[in-house]
Write a protein that binds this ligand. Structure first.
Ligand code: CO
Length: 150
């Protein structure tokens, strides 16, 4: 009897910083100002609804290094973030009822998490969308493209 041994190693290469092709997306934040992954892509064919599961893997509390995940058009992103700064932590650093906000989580601190779900059918394939953190001063560092493909 012969034993066949296969020493093959199956390597699946995934770009380290981009693209979660799924309807249920894990996004990590921590004690510095960046999102992992730094850009997201979803398929409107595959996903009616997208859920973002935001997790803060750091240790700083929400009032020191809090983060949220907010989606708007790219055109509205910076103004939406900056208008939110004066709303304060108790309002998740977003203007109350801001119609520019497509989806948003709460501001979370170390060890915390929050999720948000939204309908892709309300958005445009190929539209120009940006996700960002609206914590005071984080917008410049914490923003990424949200791409919707067919
Ligand atoms: Co932040």
């Amino acid at each position: 009897m012969k034993f066949l041994y296969c020493g093959c190693l199956l390597l699946i290469l995934i770009p380290s910083n981009v693209y979660a092709d799924s309807c249920n997306i894990e996004v990590k934040v921590g004690d510095n100002m960046n999102f992992v992954p730094t850009a997201l892509e979803v398929s409107a064919t595959a996903c009616k609804t997208v859920t973002i599961n935001l997790t803060h893997t750091g240790t700083f509390p929400r009032n020191a290094m809090g983060h949220n995940w907010v989606l708007s058009t790219t055109e509205n992103a910076q103004a939406t973030a900056q208008d939110g700064w004066s709303a304060g932590l108790e309002n998740q650093y977003l203007k109350s009822g801001d119609p520019r906000v497509i989806a948003s989580t709460k501001i979370i601190g170390g060890g915390e998490g929050d999720s948000v779900s939204f309908n892709l059918s309300d958005l445009k394939v190929g539209g120009d969308y940006t996700f960002f953190c609206s914590f005071v001063g984080h917008f410049a560092m914490m923003q990424g493209k949200f791409t919707i493909i067919e």
